[in-house]
Unconditional design. Structure first.
Length: 284
C-alpha cells in the first residue's frame, strides 16, 4: 500500500562528516538515505544517485513503480517525488550533489545535463567501475584541502560519463546548454502562468533566441516544455499526495479547478480524478 503525504517536503543535503558543506554526500544508502522519510513521498533540491546492491520491494518515482532487482542504478532529479517500499532491506551506495555545486571548476565541460529518471542495470564489470569512482569520491572527503571541491567535481563528471555509457543510446544523451538551463528553470517554477517571455528574461536572452535554441536542442518548443512540466507536476501530486484537485490547481497557477481539469484532460486524455483512481488501482 502506498503511503501518501498531504504536503510532500523538499529535502536538502545534511551537513555532516559524510558531506562537503551540504553540497555533496556519499555513503551507504542504509545509513545516509532518507531515514524516516524512506517510505513517504518526498522530493529533493539536489540530484540523487543510488546504486542498489541488495534488497527487494519497489521504488516509486513520480507515477512509476519500479521493482527492485539488484544490481540496479537510479538517478532521481531535483523536484521528483519518490519513496521506497521495502519487502527486504535495500542496501547500496547513495550519492547526492547540488546542481550549483556541479557548475564549479572541474564540472562537466558541456555544462549541466538535463536530468532524466534513469533506471539502469549495470553489468558486473560496469558496477565495479562505478564502485571504483565511488571509492575515489569517498577518499576525497578525507582530503580537506584547497583542491578538494575541484577533485570531487571532476570525479562526478567521470561518474556522469559512466552513466551515459550505461544508457541504451549513449550518443543521444540528455539536453545541455541553454535548453538544460531552461528546463531547470521550468522545473523550479512549474506553473500554468509561467510564460516563455518570463523565462527568456530570467535567462538574459530574447524570447526568439530561446525558442530557436530550445527547439534545436530539445526538439520541442519552450511552450510545449512548460506545459509538459505542469502536467508532470500535476501527475506527481495526484498520484502521491492527498491534495484535492482544487488545491493542486491552486498550486499550479490555475484560476479554478474546472480550468485545471480541462487542461489535464486535453493533455492526458483523462480527467484528474480518473488519473488518480487509476494510479490507486480503484475501478471507475
Amino acid at each position: 500500500m502506498t503511503v501518501r503525504a498531504a504536503a510532500p517536503p523538499t529535502h536538502r543535503i545534511n551537513v555532516s562528516p559524510a558531506s562537503l558543506d551540504g553540497d555533496f554526500l556519499i555513503g551507504p544508502l542504509e545509513t545516509l538515505g532518507p531515514g524516516p522519510w524512506a517510505g513517504r513521498p518526498h522530493r529533493h533540491d539536489f540530484v540523487e544517485l543510488v546504486l542498489v546492491t541488495g534488497g527487494a520491494g519497489f521504488h516509486h518515482i513520480d507515477t512509476e513503480s519500479i521493482a527492485i532487482a539488484a544490481p540496479q542504478l537510479f538517478l532521481i532529479a531535483p523536484g521528483q517525488l519518490h519513496h521506497w517500499e521495502e519487502t527486504a532491506p535495500v542496501t547500496g551506495t547513495i550519492v547526492l550533489f547540488g546542481e550549483d555545486f556541479l557548475t564549479g571548476e572541474g564540472g562537466p565541460e558541456a555544462g549541466l545535463p538535463g536530468w532524466t529518471n534513469a533506471r539502469l542495470r549495470p553489468t558486473d564489470a560496469q558496477r565495479r567501475r562505478l564502485e571504483r569512482v565511488f571509492a575515489e569520491l569517498r577518499a576525497e572527503l578525507a582530503l580537506p584541502d584547497a583542491l578538494q571541491a575541484r577533485a570531487i567535481r571532476t570525479l562526478l563528471s567521470l561518474l556522469l560519463l559512466q552513466l551515459r555509457r550505461l544508457a541504451p543510446d549513449p550518443t543521444a544523451g540528455p539536453s545541455r546548454g541553454l535548453s538544460a538551463a531552461f528546463e531547470r528553470l521550468v522545473r523550479e517554477r512549474a506553473s500554468a502562468t509561467l510564460t516563455v517571455a518570463e523565462c527568456a528574461k530570467a535567462l538574459g536572452i530574447t524570447p526568439g533566441h530561446l525558442a530557436e535554441t530550445v527547439g534545436q536542442q530539445a526538439g520541442r518548443s519552450p511552450g510545449e516544455l512548460i506545459r509538459a512540466e505542469v502536467v508532470r507536476e500535476a501527475q506527481r501530486l495526484l498520484a502521491r499526495t492527498e491534495l484535492s484537485c482544487a488545491q493542486i490547481a491552486g498550486r499550479l497557477g490555475f484560476d479554478d479547478a474546472s480550468y485545471f481539469s480541462r487542461f489535464f484532460r486535453r493533455e492526458c486524455g483523462v480527467t484528474p480524478t480518473a488519473f488518480r483512481r487509476a494510479q490507486l488501482g480503484i475501478a471507475a
